[in-house]
Design a protein around this ligand. Structure first.
Ligand code: UDP
Length: 141
């Protein structure tokens, strides 16, 4: 199977906890390569655009406020079944329901401060990667 790409964001709570390296180690141990990465502090506009699919949900405003509350670490992961593999590493949206040993079970505090984002489908991955990384800044290897 051809290598797949997915967009991952280490959210402000996990950046503040200083666990970027521990999360990267999990990606690498699972065979996912980090082929682009950047730390940034999202603007309100960027966070709103990124989560536009959720704009009518009751949690949208809190989600945007949380995503702009501190810097985030954004990366493109590449590997076989990268989208599903990353979702598996992340665990369920609500850390209370996330399986033991997943990133959210180990590092997240609540459903809103839940440590990581990962694209959930190929179409979403393509759009989300393009939000943050021009093609020439992605180093497939
Ligand atoms: N979210 C929230 N409250 C909810 C559901 C979702 O704050 O009841 C936030 C949470 O940070 C989640 C994000 O909205 O990660 C996107 O929701 P989605 O259902 O896409 O979950 P994910 O794909 O991140 O697991």
């Amino acid at each position: 199977m051809a290598a797949e790409r997915t967009l991952s964001i280490i959210k402000p709570d996990a950046v503040a906890k200083n666990v970027i390296g521990q999360i990267y180690a999990r990606f690498e141990a699972a065979g996912l390569k980090i082929i682009a990465a950047r730390m940034t502090h999202l603007s309100k506009n960027e966070a709103e655009q990124f989560y536009a699919v959720h704009k009518d949900r009751p949690f949208f405003k809190d989600l945007v406020d949380f995503m702009v509350s501190g810097p985030v670490m954004i990366q493109v992961l590449e590997g076989e079944n990268a989208i599903a593999k990353n979702r598996e590493l992340m665990g369920a949206t609500d850390p209370k329901k996330a399986e033991k040993g997943t990133i959210r079970a180990d590092f997240a505090d609540s459903i809103d401060a839940n440590a990581v984002h990962g694209s959930d489908a190929p179409e979403a991955a393509t759009i989300e990667i393009a939000c943050f990384f021009p093609a020439l800044s992605i180093y497939s290897r």
